[in-house]
Write a protein that binds this ligand. Sequence first.
Ligand SMILES: NC(=O)c1ccc[n+]([C@@H]2O[C@H](COP(=O)([O-])OP(=O)(O)OC[C@H]3O[C@@H](n4cnc5c(N)ncnc54)[C@H](O)[C@@H]3O)[C@@H](O)[C@H]2O)c1
Length: 94
Amino acid sequence: MKLQGKVAIVTGAASGIGRASAILFAKEGAMVAVVDVDTQGGAKTVEKITAQGNIAFFVKADVSRNADVRQMVEETVARWEEWTSSSTTQAWCW
Ligand SMILES: NC(=O)c1ccc[n+]([C@@H]2O[C@H](COP(=O)([O-])OP(=O)(O)OC[C@H]3O[C@@H](n4cnc5c(N)ncnc54)[C@H](O)[C@@H]3O)[C@@H](O)[C@H]2O)c1
């Protein structure tokens, strides 16, 4: 597991290369923020990852918009803090 304890933000992860990357990163142990404008596709990616027992969540964001990118990072940090405080895993890092 090459990414154990890491957090990955994968943009465009609702399909194609982004989805494949998100699934691979999660398989390698990362907690993955699945980011896209496509909510349905993003949910499908999260479903595929969690069905394999790995960790992911969806963040809707248009990466061409500053406010969305800021929100994407803030939500990911919040999820990471939530995860580390509610689990015995204390080794997550960026
Ligand atoms: N250099 C190469 O050899 C090569 C090869 C294949 C693909 N590509 C490029 O890689 C990219 C991804 O390819 P793909 O086949 O996975 O495409 P895709 O269309 O399957 O996936 C792109 C994803 O990005 C999302 N997206 C688009 N605009 C967005 C935005 N503003 N904010 C957030 N999400 C957004 C889409 O909703 C979609 O889920 C494309 O730009 C493609 O042209 C390059």
